[in-house]
Design a protein around this ligand. Sequence first.
Ligand SMILES: Cc1ncc(C[n+]2csc(CCOP(=O)(O)OP(=O)(O)O)c2C)c(N)n1
Ligand SMILES: [Mg+2]
Length: 668
Amino acid sequence: MTSLAALKSVAASVSERDMANAIRALAMDSVQKANSGHPGMPMGMADVATVLFSRFINIDPTAPDWPDRDRFVLSAGHGSMLQYALHYLLGYEDMPIEELQRFRQLGSRTAGHPEHGHALGIETTTGPLGQGISTAVGMALAERMLAARHGADLVDHYTYAIAGDGCLQEGISHEAIDLAGHLKLSRLIVLWDDNAISIDGPTSLSTSMDQPARFKAAGWLVQLVDGHDMEAVAAAIEAARQADRPSLIACRTVIGKGAPNLGGSEKTHGAPLGDAEIAATRQNIGWAYAPFKVPDDILSAWREIAGRGQAARRAWEQRLAASPQRKAFERAIGGKLPDAVFEALGAFRKEHVEKATKVATRKASEMALAAINGATELTVGGSADLTHSNLTITKDMDRIVPGGYAGRYVHYGIREHGMAAAMNGIALHGGFIPYGGTFLCFADYARGAMRLSALMSQRVVYVMTHDSIGLGEDGPTHQPIEHLAMLRATPNLNVFRPADIIETAECWELALKSERRPSVLVLSRQNLPMLRQAHSDENRSSRGAYVLREPSAHRAVTLIATGSEVEIAVAAAERLEREHGIAAAVVSMPSWELFEEQDADYRKSVLGSAPRVAVEAAARLGWDRWIGDTGAFVGMTGFGASAPAPDLYKHFDITPEAVATAAMKLII
Ligand SMILES: Cc1ncc(C[n+]2csc(CCOP(=O)(O)OP(=O)(O)O)c2C)c(N)n1
Ligand SMILES: [Mg+2]
C-alpha cells in the first residue's frame, strides 16, 4: 500500500487545474454514456468547485454526517455530475467509478438530480431550481442557532451553495435572499455560476436583472470574479468567510468550459457533447486518459483533501468528548424528544376532555404547543407573518433577530415558500424540529418546498390554519377548496385535520413522532366543541380514523367527516336518530394516510357495511375512496364566498339537515 506521505509527494505535483479537469472529463463521459444529463454546468464550475473543496470545505467522506461538517448544496441540481464526480474523487465509499458509469440508471446512486438519502453526503435534494439556495438559508440559520446554544467549540461551520442563473431567477430566491440578508447569516456563501446561459439560450432573452445589486439590496456582501481564475475565486471565498453577512460570489464562467466548439453555448446545458466534441475537449484540456480513468496522482490529490476533513472531524470529536455541552448537544442532534413532551400532551388531553374545552383548533394547537415547547427546546417555531392568526408562538419563546440566534421563534416574513424551504434546511441540518404557520390556502405558495419535505422524509410541521369557508369574511381568495386533495395526493405527507382540541393534541403528538415524514396540521379559525366522550390513554387519531359515535341500534348509515365538519356529522346523526329513527355512526377521520395504513379488518370495522356519507367543506376529489360507489358527499363544488362563516355553511348547504337528507336518500 502506498503511504500517505508517498501519496502526498505524488499529489504535490498535481495542479488544481488538473483536478478540475478530472471533474470535466468525468462529467462529459458520464453524460455521454448515459446519453442523458447536463455536462455544461459541471464543466463550467469545475474550477470553482475545485478551489472550494481543495482549499476550504471541511467534510469527511468516512463520516458523512458528522455534525460540524461544512454543508455543500448543489442548488443547480441539474449539474448533478459535479456532485457525483466530487464524491468519487473525494472517495465516498458508495460512489465508486462504476456508479458514475451507471449515471441516471435505475438503481444507481447517481440519480438524475442529487437526492438526499440516495447517496452519502448529499445534504439536500435539488433539481427544482431555487430550492437548494433557499434550503441552504435554513441550514445556515440552524448553524447559527445551534452555535448560540452549544458554543463555537462544537458548532462552527459554513454552508456553501452553488446556484445557477435559474436558481436566481426563481421567485423563491427572492424570499430566501431577503431573509438571509436580514438575519445576517454570515456563514452562508453562495457561488453563482454566472454563465449567462440557460436552456433557451442567453439569459438576456428573459432577464435584465442586476443580480449583484439585488443581493446588495438584501444586505449581502457581493464579489464578482472570473470563475476560471482560481486565485481570484479563493480570495473571494476567503473574504466571504470573514464577512459579517451572507455572501454572493458571482463567478463569471463559460458553460461547458473546455469544449472547444460547444463551450459557451446552451447546447452544453442538457445534452451529451457527442463523441467528436468529447475527443476535441480531451485534446483541448490536455486530458489524455481513457473515459472514467483518473490518473493516480490526480486521484491522490483529491483524496488528500478528504484527509484534511478527517483531521478536522477527529479534532472536533475530541472537543465534543471533553465538552460540558456534550450530552445536551448529542440530544439535540439525535432529535429524540423527551418523554416529558408526550406526558405533557397526555395530561393536556385528559384535562380538556374533563373541561370539555371548546376552542378553534388553531387555538387548541397553540395550547398544545405551549405544553410541547415547555417540555422541549428542540422545537423552533415561526410563521409567514401570521403569528397571531396561526397562533404559533408560545410563552417564553424568544425571537431570532439579526445577529442574535439564541431564540427559537423565526419571523419568516411574508414568504411561505422561503419559510418551507428554510424549515427543510433547519430539519436537514439537525438539532431542531421546525414548525411554521400560514393559511392553508397559501400551501400553494409553499408547495414546491413542501413536496421536498416529503421527498426527503424530513420532520417538518406545517401549521396551516383558516382551513375552509369556516374562515368567513376574507372570502374565496382565502378559503381553501382543493388544497386538502393536493396535500393528500402528496406521497409521504401526513395531512391531519383534527376535529377538536383533543384530536389537535393527538395530531401534534403524531406529527412529532413522525421522524421520517412531514406533517400538515389543518386547523380551523372558528371555535369547535370538544367531541370526545371520555379520556383514553390511547391516541385515537393514531389509526387515522375511528368511530366517534356508535349508534345503539345496528348501523343504517355511516357519516364520515374531518375537522370542523365532524360537529356537523354528529348533529346530523342525532337528528337522524331523533326524527327518523335511523341509526347513524359517526367516523372522525383526521388522517387519510394513517387510516390507509391500518389493516383491512380495522378499516372495515370503522367504515362498516352500511352506506356512507362524507362531509368536508372542501373538494370531493379523493373521497370516493372512502364512500364507495354508493356513497354521498356533502361539501364544496366550487369556490367559496365572503360572508360570516355560519351564513356560508348554510349557503353552501353543509349543514346537519343537508347531511341527514343525503343519508336518507341513500337508505330509502
Ligand atoms: C423550478 C424549475 N423550473 C424549471 C426547471 C427546468 N430547468 C432545468 S435547468 C434549467 C435552466 C437553468 O439555467 P441555469 O441555472 O443558468 O443553468 P445552466 O444552463 O447555466 O447550467 C431549467 C429551466 C427546473 N429544473 N426547475
Ligand atoms: Mg446559466
